[in-house]
Design a protein around this ligand. Structure first.
Ligand SMILES: *[C@@H]1O[C@H](CO)[C@@H](O)[C@H](O)[C@H]1NC(C)=O
Ligand SMILES: *[C@@H]1O[C@H](CO)[C@@H](O)[C@H](O)[C@H]1NC(C)=O
Ligand SMILES: *[C@@H]1O[C@H](CO)[C@@H](O)[C@H](O)[C@H]1NC(C)=O
Ligand SMILES: *[C@@H]1O[C@H](CO)[C@@H](O)[C@H](O)[C@H]1NC(C)=O
Ligand SMILES: *[C@@H]1O[C@H](CO)[C@@H](O)[C@H](O)[C@H]1NC(C)=O
Length: 367
């Protein structure tokens, strides 16, 4: 563990974002770009190189995959690795059933993969007892694209990012930030690949100021992410470039922390301020996260981005905060479960399944 004292980020005034459509106190128009420029003016002072060990988005782009039957199905699970306890195994078996029904192409993990403190090393038995031995259904024997959560950072992060784990279980694919591109082709309409979907995976841990407090900083394995300000800037730059240059029909960003939530963790103000404006500006349709151990869909009328929380992989029932109608909560459930995503050329269906595997919420996004 490193104990280097990284500088805290400047605290932005909430009013500084009052012109963003995604910021609830919005009244004025036309100042959004100015605000962005002001922030990037600040951030530019921290500009630096990207990390050699997985924090670069662009260098981690996988080849475009072509889906030939005009449907791309995957499951999203978060906050899970507890050696089967807290209903992890039950959720896993329900994922297996739904995964089979949907004939899924892959699984996405929103982080907090191994409790309580990530993995200790590449031979840590928790990798087997919390992953390989739990998600055993044949339909789940496909690639797991994972990001890191705060609990993963409390262990040996480089172990969790290591390809040595792939030799233990070939499903494992974990990076700090990367991008996947899919072309969705309808085989009955020969050559018709008129829809594309891009998934952008991001590491939100370095954004959260609390983790960098002098009292907390040594609890986390920040190797590869120092100095903080430079790494954060390079992640923001790379994500901005990636979402901006993408011409995908559908753009989905995946990370661990909530942007907005009525779960116990609530909003991540750092992400509302630094990440949400980028998503809004560059036409990101959906942001999917974990962190709160709930199933949740938030969509505020003034903000185009849909926010889904899928953090019900094991321990739940921490409670919900009181909320008002203007917070845009379309659905929330405190309990275990997972999200199924079915992308078609002209729509994406999001379905939350509970601990019994039952579909408890459907949302169809159309273009
Ligand atoms: C593929 O195209 C055929 C012919 O137009 C149509 O019937 C079918 O619904 C399409 N499949 C999907 C998944 O959109
Ligand atoms: C596990 O799920 C059952 C419902 O099947 C629920 O009654 C129980 O409280 C859950 N246990 C935990 C530890 O969350
Ligand atoms: C790896 O971590 C596990 C779990 O903490 C521990 O039991 C084991 O001794 C470690 N192995 C090595 C080689 O350090
Ligand atoms: C960070 O420190 C504060 C107090 O300094 C504490 O309340 C909080 O739980 C700590 N957070 C983490 C993630 O360790
Ligand atoms: C793709 O083509 C299909 C069939 O012609 C059409 O139904 C669908 O709306 C198109 N989707 C997009 C995103 O253009």
């Amino acid at each position: 563990m490193v104990s280097e004292r990284a500088p805290l980020l400047p605290q932005f005034q909430q009013d500084g974002y009052s012109t963003s459509k995604c910021w609830r106190t919005s009244t004025k128009k036309g100042g959004f770009l100015l605000v962005i420029c002001a922030c990037f003016g600040l951030l530019a002072l921290w500009s630096g190189a990207s990390s050699p060990d997985g924090s670069s988005t662009s260098s981690q782009t996988k080849a475009t995959l072509t889906i030939n039957d005009a449907k791309l199905n995957f499951l999203v699970i978060g906050d899970w690795g507890r050696e089967g306890s807290y209903n992890q195994s039950l959720v896993a078996s329900q994922m297996g059933k739904v995964g089979k029904q949907l004939d899924i192409q892959f699984v996405v993990s929103t982080g907090d993969n191994f409790y309580d403190t990530g993995l200790d090393n590449v031979s840590d038995p928790a990798f087997t007892s919390s992953f390989t031995d739990i998600y055993t259904d044949p339909s789940l024997q496909t690639t797991w694209y994972a990001v890191l959560g705060n609990h993963d950072y409390m262990g040996n992060v480089l172990a969790q990012l290591s390809d040595d784990l792939v030799s233990r279980d070939p499903r494992w694919f974990c990076r700090r930030a990367f991008q996947l591109n899919f072309a969705i082709c309808n085989a009955t309409l020969a050559g018709s690949c008129n829809a594309t979907l891009a998934l952008f995976f991001l590491d939100t841990n370095p954004f959260i100021d609390e983790y960098w407090l002098p009292t907390n900083i040594s609890k986390f394995d920040w190797r590869g992410l120092l100095p903080r300000t430079e790494q954060l800037q390079s992640q923001l730059d790379e994500l901005t470039e990636a979402v901006k240059s993408s011409s995908a029909t559908w753009k989905i960003v995946v990370a661990h922390h909530t942007i907005r939530s009525v779960g116990v963790h609530g909003d991540s103000i750092e992400l509302v301020q630094k990440l949400l404006p980028i998503l809004e500006e560059h036409g990101v349709d959906v942001y999917i996260n974990g962190h709160d151990h709930i199933l949740q869909h938030i969509k505020r009328p003034e903000c185009a981005v849909h926010l889904f929380t899928s953090g019900g992989g094991s321990k739940s029932y921490a409670g919900l905060k009181a909320y008002t109608e203007e917070q845009g909560v379309q659905f929330v459930q405190d309990g275990q479960g997972f999200l199924a995503v079915s992308a078609r050329p002209d729509s994406i269906l999001f379905t939350f399944h509970d601990v019994f595997g039952d579909p408890v919420y459907n949302f169809l996004l159309q273009k």
